[in-house]
Ligand binder design. Structure first.
Ligand code: SF4
Ligand code: SF4
Length: 307
């Protein structure tokens, strides 16, 4: 490329930017959610992040069945017996119906952005990062599904001197981690299930590559917090807690293990997106999830204390 040629800005697809987050790493943080995920967790809390493409969300509770969207986009929207229905398979994501809906019942989930746009957005909060020892977290979906965008994003944010956390399912080509390692200060690394068969049952993939990547990342001296979603009736088992404890003994420089109890938010989001209904599991009180944390500790696991 000649010196005069401008490099095309790298574009990625995100589905949210959340400000003032306090559970996605230290301090006050801005979390950027990238679209696309290779897993299909039964309890997925961010189903709007699974598909790579943008997606039409329809909120039946807000809809006043006025029929405006039917006039704007009859291929997708129909009124049947006075009720609004959506055929997302015909949707091209032009967004005309979203703009026309008077009740704000329609929304396009997902937008294409350049790295520069994201950096400008997240840097508006820099004073909060500085005051709280916080920073920016990149999450998803699985951020490694957009490797070029991810690399450019963390490199550009790091130029601003901001702490970066990367939340990842572990399911990716290790070369993606290798590329971002110089810029990422903390990996929030998921360990959803230690039994390979059950991992496949719960997430759609087995955990071999995930554990292999974890060990490689650890050997590369990455700072890693192991985050473990626990769902009552699925993985709140003693053998799983024992295996987690064994993993933390094998990798003693991990920041620790954090138990994340299930919450129901994903089920309602799946409904808005018209995805297959998600089974709702029991949401348990803090005292009960504290017992899970205690169980991991009692088996010799190093637990990350959250206040
Ligand atoms: S890894 Fe995260 S985004 Fe992907 S399916 Fe599981 S919970 Fe959802
Ligand atoms: S335009 Fe909005 S409120 Fe009217 S029928 Fe369509 S989705 Fe419902």
């Amino acid at each position: 490329m000649s010196e005069n040629q401008q490099q095309k800005p790298i574009t990625g697809r995100i589905f949210n930017i959340q400000y003032f987050c306090v559970h996605d790493g230290p301090g006050i943080r801005t979390t950027v959610f990238l679209k696309g995920c290779p897993l299909r967790c039964l309890w997925c809390h961010n189903p709007e992040g699974i598909q790579r493409r943008n997606h039409l969300s329809y909120n039946a509770r807000k809809c006043i069945h006025c029929g405006t969207c039917v006039q704007v986009c009859p291929a997708v929207h129909k009124m049947i017996d006075g009720k609004h229905t959506v055929n997302r398979n015909a949707c091209t994501n032009k967004g005309d119906c979203v703009a026309a809906c008077p009740a704000k019942a329609l929304e396009t989930v997902g937008r294409d952005v350049t790295v520069q746009e994201i950096v400008a957005e997240v840097m508006r909060e820099k004073r909060y990062y500085e005051g709280s020892r916080g920073g920016v977290t990149v999450s998803g979906g699985e951020p490694a599904m957009q490797p070029e965008f991810l690399l450019d994003l963390v490199r550009e944010i790091k130029k601003e001197g901001v702490h970066i956390a990367l939340e990842s399912s572990g399911m990716c080509d290790y070369r993606v981690y290798e590329s971002v390692l110089p810029y990422v200060d903390l990996f929030l690394y998921d360990c959803k299930e230690t039994d390979p068969e059950l991992h496949k049952k719960f997430t759609g993939v087995d955990n071999r590559l995930i554990l292999e990547n974890l060990r490689r990342l650890y050997a590369a001296r990455a700072v890693i917090l192991l985050r473990c979603p626990v769902v009552k009736g699925l993985n709140d088992r003693e053998d799983h807690f024992k295996n987690l404890a064994a993993l933390s003994r094998e990798l003693p420089d991990l920041m620790g293990i954090e138990i994340l109890p299930y919450h129901k938010l994903g089920a309602s989001k799946a409904e808005l997106m018209g995805l297959d209904p998600q089974e709702e599991y029991e949401q348990i009180p803090r005292e009960e999830s504290d017992k899970w944390t205690e169980a991991v500790r009692s088996f010799g696991g190093q637990v990350y204390a959250v206040s």
